[in-house]
Design a protein around this ligand. Structure first.
Ligand code: 2HG
Ligand code: ZN
Length: 476
């Protein structure tokens, strides 16, 4: 892949300001510029861009990409900056193209069951808007109160409800994308089905802003499930909870959520959580069902009985909206609370085949014991998607400490791949997993991905250095 040139970018801020107006530019000396050099990834480094451009329309996004291509200036697209893998970090400098101001919900159509939105719409805001009309947008990343739909599509975000409803890709029917060079491409459809031509939409979703900048999305909606209820199975330890999940998966029950949280995760949020977890909880299995109101009690009873049979110490039901909201506040608190509580939080989102969940949990325990690094494990276990967090209060700036933390993560990656799993089930590759991809993918597969990237961005200027590793030199 071609190296990114430092380039003739010295005048880029002035050119962009002239084209888009000063109000669109966060330039040198601006108090907010540093914010665009960080995201939610566990990296101590800070990557300041030359400027950030806060576009308000597709045309403005295309103009930025035209100007930067002409001047060979790298561009890093950015949604809400909630990504956990460094995907939005401008590691090559240049320009950050932020879609945070593109927040219009253009259409919610109950007849077609679609919404047409700009990329900066906050996911939770869209969910509330469609729910008011009796509709449902299922993907629910834990950051839904501040992450945006464009970023969700760029990373193909998941969330707890992916267990029943699938991930973001399944809800993106059509896209408008601004390409490097300034071309605007509209692809996809607004129909429930469609197989005409190659599926460019599926190709763009999950590319982490390396192919183009999403400027509009046509999203599939569902009718809103009339009722939902939440059940917590309390187990003695994470191994017992993991086996219960495996057995629940085999049993044919189809809840919309099947999540796990280990003791460390639960204990860490007790003080801040509105929900009171039982003192004896060594691990929790969080199960949520949805459907007709009259079926709720029966489904909860079935789940409760199964959990009892599978060795639960206790089974707790949350049916009232306030109680369910408290459970979810607690669940969504795990990640930010761990981040606040530890100086280093290296969080992974590995995904293993469902039959290997118990074995993977045991291997994570082993890595923690061997390295002496504390872990907290939680997440979307029903999908085999485990958030394995390595935690430390040592100095995050100390290279030896960082090396140790990432070596532990690498061990987990190796075990994951050995069990037939993948390095990332939902957060993406960005920068943090890029150099581990060879553990999972052959050089041939990586090379086809590099070719694909260069087809959309021949100068390698759009989010360079992300998503796939550069080609290895012969001597390596
Ligand atoms: C979640 O499911 C997020 O809460 C964050 O994906 C996971 O911090 C993490 O490890
Ligand atoms: Zn998650």
């Amino acid at each position: 892949m071609a190296a990114v040139l430092p380039s003739a970018s010295s005048s880029i801020v002035g050119v962009l300001e002239k084209e888009l107006g000063a109000a669109a530019i966060v330039g040198p000396g601006h108090e907010r510029l540093d914010d665009y050099g960080r995201d939610e990834s566990p990296l101590p480094e800070f990557f300041p861009p030359e400027c950030a451009v806060l576009v308000e329309s597709t045309e403005q996004a295309a103009a930025v990409l035209r100007i930067c291509a002409e001047r060979k200036v790298p561009v890093t697209p950015r949604g809400a900056g909630s990504g956990m893998c460094g995907g939005a970090l401008p590691i090559a400098g240049g320009v950050v193209l932020s879609t945070e101001r593109m927040q219009r919900i253009k259409e919610i159509d109950p007849a077609d069951l679609v919404a047409v939105v700009e990329p900066g719409v906050v996911t939770g805001v869209l969910q509330a808007a469609v729910e008011e009309q009796g509709l449902f947008y299922p993907p629910d990343p834990a950051s839904l109160e501040f992450c945006s739909i464009g970023g969700n599509a760029a990373t193909n975000a998941g969330g707890p409800r992916a267990f029943k409803y699938g991930v973001t890709r399944e809800y993106v029917l059509g896209l408008e994308v601004a390409l490097m060079g300034g071309e605007i491409l509209r692809c996809g459809r607004r129909t429930a089905k469609g197989v005409t031509g190659y599926d460019l939409v599926a190709g763009f979703v999950g590319t982490e802003g390396t192919f183009g900048v999403i400027t509009e999305l046509v999203l599939k909606l569902l009718p809103r499930p009339p009722a939902a209820a939440t059940v917590l199975g309390v187990f003695a330890d994470v191994a017992a909870a993991g086996s219960a999940i495996t057995m629940l998966l085999r049993g044919g029950l189809r809840p919309r959520v099947l999540e796990l949280a280990d003791k460390h995760s639960i204990d860490h949020i007790r003080a801040k959580s509105r929900y009171r977890f039982p003192e004896n909880a060594g691990a929790i299995v969080l199960i949520e069902v949805d459907g007709e109101p009259e079926s709720m009690t029966m489904m909860m009873e079935q789940i409760g009985m199964r959990c009892d049979e599978l060795g639960a110490l206790d089974v707790l039901a949350a049916t009232e909206p306030a109680e369910r909201a408290a459970v979810w506040q607690a669940r969504r608190l795990i990640s930010p609370a761990l981040k606040e509580g530890y100086r280093i939080k290296v969080n992974e989102d590995i995904c293993v085949p469902r039959g290997k969940i118990v074995e993977m949990l045991a291997r994570i325990d082993r890595v923690s014991a061997e390295t002496g690094i504390a872990t907290a494990v939680f997440g979307h276990a029903g999908d085999g998607n485990l958030h394995c967090n390595f935690l430390s209060n040592e100095d995050p700036e100390d290279p030896a400490v960082r090396k140790k933390m990432w070596a532990a993560a690498e061990q987990v990656f190796i075990h994951t791949v050995a069990l037939g799993g993948t390095l990332s089930g939902e957060h993406g590759v960005g920068l943090t997993k890029r150099d581990y991809m060879h553990l999972e993918m052959s050089e041939q597969v990586l090379e086809w991905q590099r070719r694909w990237k260069l087809m959309w961005d021949p100068q390698n200027l759009l989010n360079p250095g992300k998503k796939i590793p550069a080609a290895r030199r012969c001597s390596e």
